[in-house]
Design a binder for this molecule. Structure first.
Ligand code: ZN
Length: 209
């Protein structure tokens, strides 16, 4: 059963303030769980540097998973426009930050999102919002990539969608040497991008430049 509390997304905060105000109350139950983790780590949650840490951690984790509280409709509403253009649209180098569901450690990188419009286009900033909608959850990169592609299909019903994500995973980077420079690339192709090698080729050309 979910005991998730109303969050940044629900209260309209897109960029969150993750500091702790002097008398701020955020989510006492969550904070006591974090306090238990600190104790389990052998720490003293009462020492000066850690006193407000449970609140900050609760806030940070709530913000970094705020995608659970948003719906695709809320993100794209009023940002889809009728347009005759049928040429490929590519939004390159969208920074994203997510948390791997196996270790709850960050993975982060860049997403490239392309689509072939069929009567509708989407405000470009909304493409980045769709990436955040799914990145701000516990994720695996493969699923994240597919969810972004499916959401673009659902929002726009275009001829096709392509999503390519390149990311570094802290759970790889923080263990041992020689893994710091590894990155993982995933892709999801829908419609024309899946069916037509020339369309895929055109996309890769645009992303490379
Ligand atoms: Zn991991």
């Amino acid at each position: 059963m979910s005991t998730r509390k109303p969050t940044f997304a629900a209260s309209g905060h897109y960029a969150a303030n993750l500091d702790a105000g002097p008398d701020e109350v955020f989510d006492p139950e969550f904070e006591s769980l974090v306090r238990k983790i600190l104790l389990r780590l052998g720490e003293n949650p009462q020492r000066e540097g850690l006193q407000r840490t449970p609140l900050r951690v609760a806030k940070a984790l709530t913000f970094l998973t705020s995608g659970y509280d948003q719906k695709l409709d809320d993100v794209v509403s009023e940002a889809i426009f009728d347009e005759k253009c049928e040429e490929m649209v590519v939004v390159k180098d969208i920074e994203f930050y997510s948390l791997c569901e196996h270790h709850v450690l960050p993975f982060f990188g860049k997403a490239h999102v392309a689509y072939l419009p069929k009567g509708h286009v989407i405000g470009l900033s909304k493409v980045a919002r769709i990436v955040d909608l799914f990145a701000r959850r516990l994720q695996v990169q493969e699923r994240l990539t597919n969810q972004v592609a499916d959401a673009m299909m659902e929002a726009l019903a275009p001829h096709g969608v392509a999503v390519i994500m390149e990311a570094s995973h802290f759970c790889m980077m923080m263990r041992g040497v020689q893994k710091q420079n590894s990155s993982t690339v995933t892709s999801a192709m829908r419609g024309t991008f899946r069916e037509n090698a020339r369309t895929r080729g055109e996309l890769l050309e645009l992303i490379r430049n």
